[in-house]
Write a protein that binds this ligand. Structure first.
Ligand code: GLU
Length: 454
């Protein structure tokens, strides 16, 4: 069993569910649960996401037995596999550009096999493609979805190595599963279309018995749209920061595609280990419903002995408060002011001081434009106070407010609800990108609504 996340984003609730199901299966069967970081995409990987993956898994209590393995450190294995594929003629070199492929796009989806028989040398600057069979079918039994067959003629000659020599996802994925003796590939349904390619490669590399496959249903939001990083709150650590209990989170993740039967919804981890059956996972998409998660969490909170509730709330508050409290030392006159200047970090939404708000709006004609520009700048910077500082200067200049002090006003109001408080950029750093952006857009909606109604 393994969880094989790519460190290109936050640890997602979907990855959490997949990790849990793998973990449960491993614990039930005295199996080995491996953590493998699939960091072959050098352009999109970020080390902080690798940290975040491990932190979130530890928080959930999904301990791994082996790893973390990093694909970026296993290049020799992939190169050896590629050499074997070249020697057996299973792959060929291709120098087509993406534009050429697009122009020629014919009856076969994707790549049309243009370079198949050109006999190009596999030199630098040329990618390697797998020669998929023209006839026959690739078939596998999926524990969740039954038998799946694909006509080989429908599978394009997919790439296994990039033109710069880096392995492509599918090659590293197959080579590692074989090398790590993975017996069960339990992963999201979005990987089903990769599985036929996986099997063709597996066979070409002569690896022996294939793993068992189980593709878990996709997650949808409550509007029945596929859960998305952009639209929905999906980072496990955001839920941690909002004060969800890890045991409640695990319980809820367990219900995404599986159920303990009846209308039972509260299932402890021990009960899940005893009762979970991979065969009982449903194939229909599962709804990730934040309100449901909230009600599960509330059940867990209610079940805590009062003393434990105090201890856990205290730990949660302290973790958030410690970095920010010293930042208001210069401004607060009483301990209670230390609290009112920092409470924006703890609340789901800031309490907007209406006096401060009206004054801020009146004195800053570019109020809405600033919020808008700041959101745009903040959405893809490193989330550090230095980068936030620069981005805010840039946003201010863009809308004609070159004075940083003035440019900060709408942002501070949107995020903290007040016009005075701790240093802004440190505050934003602590609040996190998602919550900052949500507050900026709420404030923008408010100021537009108010100016619309006169
Ligand atoms: N690295 C892939 C992903 O993050 C997972 C591949 C797999 O589980 O086989 O989606």
């Amino acid at each position: 069993m393994r969880i094989a996340p790519s460190p290109t984003g936050y640890f997602h609730v979907g990855t959490g569910r997949t990790a849990l199901f793998n973990w449960l299966y491993a614990r039930q069967n005295a199996g080995t649960f491996v953590l493998r970081i699939e960091d072959t995409d050098t352009l999109r990987n970020r080390p902080e996401h690798t940290e975040g993956i491990m932190r979130a898994m530890r928080w959930l209590g999904l301990d791994w037995d082996e790893g973390p393995y990093f694909q970026s450190q296993r290049g020799d294995l992939y190169a050896a596999a590629t050499d074997r594929l070249l020697a057996s003629g299973s792959v060929y070199a291709c120098d087509c550009t993406a534009e050429q492929i697009k122009e020629r796009a014919g009856q076969k989806p994707g790549y049309d096999g243009f370079c198949r028989d050109r006999g190009l040398e596999p030199s630098a600057g040329r990618m390697l493609r797998f020669r998929t069979p023209d006839v026959g079918q690739t078939t596998f039994d999926d524990l969740v979805r039954g038998t799946i067959s694909v006509d080989n003629a429908q599978i394009e000659d997919f790439g296994v190595r990039k033109s710069n020599g880096d392995p492509l996802f599918i090659l590293a994925n197959v080579v590692d599963d074989a090398d790590m003796a993975i017996t069960h590939v339990i992963r999201g349904e979005d990987h089903i279309s990769n599985t036929s390619k996986y099997l063709l490669l597996w066979e070409a590399l002569g690896y022996g018995p294939v793993p068992v496959f189980a593709h878990l249903p996709l997650l949808f939001n409550d509007a029945r749209k596929k859960l998305s990083k952009r639209r929905d709150k999906v980072a496990v650590e955001d839920y941690r920061d909002e004060g969800y209990l890890p045991e409640a989170m695990l319980n809820y993740l367990g219900l995404l595609g599986w159920s303990p039967g009846g209308d039972r919804e509260i299932v402890s981890l021990d009960e899940m280990i005893a009762e979970f059956r991979l065969e009982d996972v449903r194939s229909a998409g599962a709804i990730f419903d934040e309100r449901k998660l909230q009600s599960v969490n509330a059940e867990y909170l209610r079940a805590l002995p009062a003393r434990q509730l105090v201890e856990r709330a205290q730990a949660w508050i302290q973790a958030r408060w410690e970095p920010i409290a010293p930042l208001v030392q210069e401004r607060a006159r009483t301990l209670s002011e230390v609290f009112t200047m920092t409470d924006f970090l703890f609340r789901p939404e800031p309490v907007i001081d209406s006096g401060d708000w009206e004054k801020g709006v009146r004195k800053t004609p570019q109020f809405a434009a600033l919020l808008d520009a700041a959101s745009a700048h903040y959405s893809d910077i490193d989330w550090t106070s230095e980068a936030l500082h620069e981005a805010t200067v840039a946003a201010g200049e863009e809308v004609g407010v070159p004075q940083l002090g003035k440019a900060q006003v709408p942002i501070r109001l949107a995020v903290t609800g007040r016009s005075v408080g701790p240093p802004l950029f440190e505050s934003l750093e602590l609040l996190g990108r998602d919550r900052t952006l949500a507050r900026l857009s709420a404030a923008l909606a408010r100021v537009q609504r108010e100016s619309g109604s006169g």
